[in-house]
Structures are given as C-alpha cells and as structure tokens.
Design a protein around this ligand. Structure first.
Ligand code: HEC
Ligand code: HEC
Length: 491
C-alpha cells in the first residue's frame, strides 16, 4: 500500500511539469546537453560511417549466403540450418534461453515450443546447447572477438572496422596462434564452426570422430553433388551467381569450397545492418531523438558510480556499446554447462581459452544494439527481461537470491544452478576486493531502472520489429536450391 502511494506521488510529480510546457522544454534541453557532455569522452560518431564497406543484402554473394544460411543440407542429418537458431523474425536469435539444434521434435518450429526429441542421443527433456544464441544482427561491427568466450578472435593490434582481419585465431588453432584458413573476417571465421558442433548441426553420427576439416570436406562434397544425399541439387548454379563467376572460367571444385561457403555465410550476416535507432540518431546530432526518460537513462548509463551513475559505459563503451573484452558479472549459470567443474555443468567462460585465473567465469561484454528484441539475455539466457538484467548488474547477490529459473524453458537443467552461480559470485567478490572489477553493487530505485530500460529500448532499429522490413533476409521458396530450405514455423 505504502509503495503504491509513493509511486502515485512520484507520477504526479512527473506529471506536474507537463502543466508548464516551457519548463519541460528547458528540462529536456538541459538533459540533452548533460548527455552530450557525458558522452564526449567516448568520441561517439555513430556506426553508419562504416556501412559503406559492408555488403548489402541485394548483392549476389549475400543472396548465396542467405540460401546457405537457410539450408538444412549444411547439417549432418539434414535437419538443422543456421537459421534454426538465428531467425530474422526472432531478433536474429531463437527467443529461447538455450537452443535446440539437431534432433528437434519439429525441425521447422523455431522459438518457444521447439523441443528435443525424447528418443534422441543426449535427450534429457531439456535444451541441448549450453549457451544462449546471440543475435546475428550487426555482428559486422565486432572487431576483436566472436562467441561469448571470444574463441574466434582477431590477433591484429589495429582494427579496421568491418574491414578485413589479417590474423584470426579460432578453435582450430592454438591460443594466440593464427588459423591460416580462417578467412577474411571474423564472420567468415566463425561460420566454419557451427557445422562442427554435435548439438548444433553435426548430429551424432555424421562424420563422427572425424576432424573438423574432414567434416567440412564431406559437407562440401554433398553440395557439389559427389554424394547422392541430395535428390535435387542446383548449388553449382547458385555459387556461379553468388560469386558472379562464368561457367567457362571456373570448375565446381574451385567454386564450391568450404572457404567459399563460410565467406558467403559471413557476407549474408554482415549485411544485417540494423542501426537506425533513436540513440543512433541522437549521436548523429538529432536533439529530439530521445524521450526525457530515455535521456535520464542515458545519464545513468554514462555516469560513473562516483558521480551517482551506473557506470554501464565503462564496459559497454563506444559506438557498438562494447569494449569487446571479458568480465565476471556472475549471471546465473543454467543449462547443461560446458563440461567444466566436478559436476561438469559449469561454464568457465573466457578461462577455457586463456587459463588465466582472473578469467574464470568471465564472458564477453555483448553489444547492446536492438537489445529489446534479442531476449533472453546473458551467456546462458538466464534473464527474460531487461529490468532483471539491469538489476542484476547493480546488485548481483540480490539478483541471484531472487532468481527462479523454473519457468524459463521446459526441461531446463537447473540441478546445480545455485551452487555453480555462487562460484561465479564468489569470483566476482574476490576480484572486487582486489580492485580488479569494474562492477560495483549500488542502490537503485524502480524509476531509475525504468529509465535505463527506456534508454536500452532507444537502441532499437524499428525495422527489427517489422516482418515486412525484415523479409529481405528471408529467402523466397524459389531460392530453395536443394529442397532442404528451412521454412520457419512459429508458435
Ligand atoms: C543450435 C543452435 C545454433 C545453430 C544451428 C547455429 N548457431 Fe550460431 N550460435 C549459437 C550459439 C549457442 C552461439 C554462442 C556459442 C558460444 O558463444 O559459445 C552462436 C554463436 C554464433 C555467432 C557469434 C555471434 C557473436 O555475438 O559472437 C555467429 C556469427 C553465429 N552463431 C552464426 C551461425 C551460423 C553462420 C550458423 C550456421 C553455419 C549458426 N550460427 C548455427 C547457436 C546456433
Ligand atoms: C564490468 C563490466 C560491465 C558493466 C559495468 C556493465 N555490463 Fe552489462 N554486461 C557485461 C557482460 C560481461 C555481460 C555478459 C555477461 C554474460 O553473458 O554472462 C553483460 C550483459 C549485459 C546485457 C545483456 C546483453 C545480452 O545480449 O544478453 C545487458 C542488457 C547489459 N549488460 C546492460 C548493462 C547496463 C544497463 C549496465 C549498467 C547498469 C551494464 N550492462 C554494466 C559487462 C558489463
């Protein structure tokens, strides 16, 4: 009762300023100038300056990439495609905390309702993939690292934004060592790996026990038509179109290679530029782009703890709102885990790559563009709402004490979630005590949380909520070249 009463007062206080219009305008102008001052040190310039170097979805190579992205023929048992977990209508993800790849009950059903076949290998009633599927939107703007633990990463010391990377390390090469066949950029390098994951695409019997490279060669042979797995097969034509090649100049062995498959997949994803958000317009100079509440949220986001803010930009920095670095923030550890720890359902995060003690339970700072539509959040998809994620950052211990994973996803593995999460929390506390964490617990009000959430919603490009606008990243039925195109169904 008391709570309701005080929020009525707050609302009416906010309402009051409406009665004096000029005061509101002054107040807003003040907020605009406060935010402009706060972001000055970050030298934000907006992301659009980099777009000229990126592929456009109309280009033949991106169209070929789209055909591959939707082709189940890139999975061992021809039952899963990239799009199974990264659909443009689902924010470039799958709307699930944790994905289900191969052996789904209904292959074409994406998002909530997608379940793992009870009779399949590794079936336990829950999701099979141990980490949340990040959005593919705007991945072109990552310069340094891909994946929650950065296991695909640039070794370059200078980054030409969305240009090419000279030197990329992947799980196929040793830590800190260049993978010589990684390809031209991080997206192409990343695209070599989903097919190799048993739970994501490979399946349990296709090229079992074979190296990643042998598996890729088998898939390439399949697309070339050397095996009789595809009854219908027009890939050669699709590759000729995609690479704008002349049939008299190239043969199929030069054209259909796994390097080319990965490159095209990368170009399709790099064409998913969705940056026309209110915040982007504000950064590019439009003072009227944000609401008062969003401006208040921006202030909290860009103000340090010492000055009464939430210090968010110390990690979510720059135009892409990420430092592309790794931090321990102790988000709940749910799901099967990555095979770490005594119970093997832990996920050591960046430590898995570096073996540095400080990296245990550290994960990459994700970018925040279109964050409104890329739920659930965190490396294990533990949070459904932005309110809950923001509160977690401001008081991880309290957030974990209040956390309840039981209704998040059918069959979700949660036996050891609390013990595992408390280990990460313990690690965070130790790092904080040693002065090695940028995260600090602070008091907050519900009003502040709403303001920060409003600011996060100002990162949304309206296109991502509009299926007609997004449909340019969905192939037509005529573009199905081997009758394995995934035509998505949603509950
Ligand atoms: C079964 C679900 C599933 C399928 C199928 C799948 N992915 Fe993913 N994808 C994920 C998950 C989970 C991650 C995060 C894994 C990690 O960080 O360890 C991921 C990560 C990524 C990333 C990195 C994004 C980032 O923010 O770093 C890209 C890019 C990507 N996938 C593209 C693809 C492509 C291309 C394919 C097809 C070749 C594909 N995915 C197939 C689930 C899937
Ligand atoms: C210490 C660095 C750090 C600070 C400070 C920080 N974050 Fe984060 N943030 C992260 C990391 C790391 C993750 C991913 C954690 C994981 O996956 O387990 C994350 C995840 C998120 C996510 C979920 C993104 C997704 O795609 O799942 C949101 C939203 C977010 N942060 C917003 C904020 C806001 C708002 C603030 C300020 C209140 C903030 N962050 C402060 C490092 C930070």
């Amino acid at each position: 009762m008391k709570r309701i009463f005080s929020s009525i007062i707050v609302l009416s206080l906010l309402g009051c300023s409406d009665s004096d219009n000029s005061e509101t305008i002054d107040q807003k102008a003040g907020l605009v100038s406060d935010v402009r001052t706060l972001i000055e040190p970050y030298q934000l310039q907006g992301l659009s300056q980099h777009v000229a170097n990126l592929p456009n979805i109309e280009q033949p190579i991106a169209q070929l990439g789209m055909q591959l992205f939707y082709a189940k023929s890139l999975s061992g048992n021809i039952d899963t495609a990239c799009v199974s977990c990264h659909h443009p209508f689902l924010g470039g993800g799958d709307d699930l905390a944790l994905p289900i790849g191969v052996d789904a009950v209904e292959q074409n059903l994406l998002g909530p309702g997608r379940e793992h076949m009870p009779s399949a290998a590794h079936a336990d009633g829950g999701p099979t993939v141990p980490r949340n599927a990040p959005s593919t939107f705007n991945i072109a703007f990552y310069n340094k690292v891909m994946f929650h633990d950065g296991r695909v990463e640039s070794l370059d010391t200078q980054w030409a934004l969305n240009g090419s990377n000279q030197s990329i390390r992947t799980p196929d090469s040793q830590f800190n060592t260049k993978d010589n066949v990684a390809g031209a950029n991080l997206a192409a390098a990343q695209a070599r790996f989903p097919v190799t994951s048993t739970e994501e695409m490979r399946g349990f019997n296709y090229a079992a026990g074979q190296s990643n490279q042998v598996l890729r060669e088998q898939l390439t042979s399949r697309l070339k038509g050397e095996t009789n797995e595809l009854a219908h097969n027009e890939w050669f034509n699709a590759f000729l179109n995609g690479f704008e090649a002349d049939i008299n100049d190239v043969d199929i062995n030069q054209l259909i290679t796994f390097d080319n498959i990965a490159f095209a997949l990368g170009e399709f994803q790099r064409s998913q530029i969705l940056i026309n958000s209110p915040w982007h317009n504000f950064v590019e100079g439009d003072d009227s782009a944000l609401t008062e509440q969003q401006l208040q949220g921006a202030k909290l986001f860009y103000t340090s703890y010492e000055n009464g803010g939430f210090n968010c930009a110390s990690c979510h920095s720059g135009d892409f709102m990420t430092d592309e670095s790794f931090h321990v923030i102790a988000m709940p550890q749910i799901g099967r885990g990555k095979g770490n720890g005594l119970t093997s359902d832990e996920d050591f995060g960046r430590f898995r790559e570096t073996n540095e003690e400080n990296d245990r339970f550290a994960f990459r700072t994700p970018h925040l563009t279109n964050i409104e539509v890329t739920f659930p959040y965190g490396h294990s998809g533990a949070f459904l709402t932005l309110e809950a994620v923001v509160k977690h950052h401001l008081n991880p211990a309290l957030s974990i004490a209040n956390y309840d994973p039981t209704t998040l996803q059918p069959g979700l593995q949660t036996n050891n979630w609390l013990a595992n999460t408390e280990k990460a929390l313990h690690q965070l506390t130790q790092l904080q005590a040693a002065g090695e964490s940028k995260l600090q617990a602070v008091d907050y009000t519900e009003q502040q949380i709403s303001a920060v959430v409003a600011f996060l919603k100002a990162q949304t490009d309206p296109c991502v909520k509009d299926q007609a606008c997004m449909s340019k990243w969905v192939p037509t039925r005529e573009q199905d070249v081997d009758n394995t195109q995934l035509v998505a169904e949603f509950n």
